[in-house]
Design a protein around this ligand. Structure first.
Ligand code: SF4
Length: 217
C-alpha cells in the first residue's frame, strides 16, 4: 500500500473525473422501500448484487414486510436465500432484525445509523448504505470496492475500513459523500478490479498513487 495520500488539488481532479465517468451512479441492488434495501444489503454480504437481485425479485413478491418475513421459519427463509451464501446466519439475522423492527419500530426501518447498527447482521457499512440511499443522509459506506479503490488512488491511506471512512469523510466534500461512494464502487467493478486493475484503460492513472508507484511515474 502506498505511503502517501493525494494532495487536495489532485483529490479535486480525481473527484471531477469520477463524476464525469459515473454521474448518476446509484445502488445496483434492486429495492422499492427502506425495508427491501435493508434486507438486500444484508444478503449482499459476500455475495454479488446480481445474485441478490435474482433472489429478491422472487422473495419480495411473496414477502415484503417484517411482518411477512416473521411468518417464515429460519429454515424456510434459508431455502429462499440459499444461493446468496451464508444462508443460515443471514436467515437467522434477518428474522431477528424483523422481530426488532416490529417490536420496537412499528415495522418501519429506523433512520439513525446507531439504531440500524443495533440490528442483527447490520454493521456500519450496511447502516451507511441504508441511510444514504433511502434517508438522504450523507454517508460513505466502505465496502470492499470503496476500500480498495480509494486506497489505491490515494483518496485514503488506511489499513482498515473505519479509518478509510474517516479519511474519505475528510477528503471528500460532505455533499458528495453518498455519490462518491457509488462512483468508487462503479470504478472498482468496471476498471479498478481486485486482482488485475485495468490501469491501461483507467482515466485516473495520471493521479493514481498505486499506478505511479507501480510504474515508477
Ligand atoms: S490507475 Fe489502476 S490502480 Fe489506479 S485507479 Fe486506475 S485501475 Fe485502479
Amino acid at each position: 500500500m502506498q505511503k502517501k495520500a493525494l494532495t487536495k488539488e489532485k483529490i479535486k481532479v480525481v473527484l471531477k473525473n469520477l463524476h464525469d465517468l459515473y454521474a448518476g451512479a446509484e445502488s445496483e441492488l434492486d429495492f422499492n422501500s427502506p425495508f427491501q434495501l435493508l434486507i438486500a444489503t444484508i444478503l449482499a454480504a459476500q455475495c454479488t448484487d446480481k445474485r441478490v437481485n435474482q433472489v429478491t425479485s422472487k422473495l419480495f413478491k411473496a414477502y415484503d414486510s417484517p411482518e411477512d418475513f416473521l411468518k417464515l421459519t429460519e429454515e424456510e427463509l434459508g431455502n429462499w436465500i440459499h444461493s446468496c451464501g451464508f444462508y443460515r446466519s443471514k436467515s437467522k439475522n434477518i428474522l431477528a432484525t424483523c422481530r426488532i423492527l416490529v417490536d420496537r419500530y412499528n415495522g418501519e426501518v429506523p433512520e439513525e445509523r446507531e439504531q440500524l447498527m443495533e440490528l442483527p447482521g447490520v454493521g456500519r457499512k450496511t447502516a451507511n448504505v441504508v441511510i444514504s440511499n433511502v434517508f438522504d443522509k450523507d454517508a460513505i459506506a466502505v465496502d470492499t470496492h470503496v476500500f480498495r479503490v480509494s486506497n489505491r488512488l490515494g483518496l485514503a491511506n488506511a489499513d482498515d475500513v473505519l479509518k478509510t471512512e474517516e479519511q474519505l469523510m475528510k477528503n471528500i466534500p460532505q455533499n458528495l459523500w453518498s455519490e462518491a461512494h457509488h462512483w468508487l464502487i462503479y470504478h472498482g467493478r468496471r476498471v479498478c478490479k481486485a486482482r488485475k486493475p485495468l490501469c491501461g484503460k483507467c482515466l485516473l492513472s495520471n493521479e493514481c498513487l498505486y499506478y505511479r508507484e507501480n510504474n515508477k511515474v
